[in-house]
Design a binder for this molecule. Structure first.
Ligand code: GDP
Ligand code: MG
Length: 166
């Protein structure tokens, strides 16, 4: 069984960190600096019976130039190519305009979306629950999963969900 999954979200939410964690090696560049991931980067996760192609994408932001525009559109273009989208948001920052833009595009694309709330190591559980409730008012997600990509908390659960959807 196999499937394609893209990871999209604002810059710096931890998309590349998740891909690296899942792949167990540094394939995507992780950085504090916004826009380090300039292109779509794939990682192929395989077991004996399953294959998931992960696509890491540039952070979605309001583009100021042609390169920015190209990067954002290349992230959105994955919505037409995948079976499932992981929409990643940070637990420690409130929903912003960037997130709302992404939600609009997710609805247009009509692709199954899983809300991945990352950086749970940085917040109190109450703040995490409030964040989840807030995003749920905006869209129906197929699943909602809180993780820490950095520490690897709950990432195995995320993989299980993706595998069960293949
Ligand atoms: P991207 O722009 O979405 O690809 O984000 P990166 O993966 O490059 O990560 C941006 C920053 O957030 C880096 O400094 C990461 O170490 C940090 N980061 C990513 N995931 C987590 C997490 O789960 N917890 C914490 N505390 N930091 C994280
Ligand atoms: Mg990145």
């Amino acid at each position: 069984k196999s499937g394609f999954v893209s990871i999209i979200g604002r810059p710096n939410v931890g998309k590349s960190t998740l891909l690296n964690h899942v792949m167990g090696q540094k394939i995507a560049i992780m950085s504090d600096k916004a826009q380090t991931t300039r292109n779509k980067i794939q990682g192929i996760y395989t077991t004996e019976t399953e294959q998931i192609v992960f696509i890491d994408t540039p952070g979605i932001h309001k583009p100021h130039n042609a390169l920015g525009d190209y990067m954002v559109e290349s992230a959105y273009s994955t919505l037409r190519e995948v079976d499932t989208v992981l929409f990643m948001v940070p637990a420690d920052e409130a929903r912003g305009k960037g997130d709302n833009m992404i939600i609009d595009r997710l609805k247009q694309a009509n692709v199954p979306a899983i809300l991945v709330v990352n950086k749970i190591d940085k917040v109190h559980p109450d703040q995490l629950l409030a964040q989840i409730d807030d995003f749920r008012t905006q869209m129906d997600f197929k699943e909602v999963i809180p993780i820490s990509a950095l520490e690897g908390n709950n990432t195995d659960k995320l993989l299980e969900i993706l595998k069960s959807n293949l």
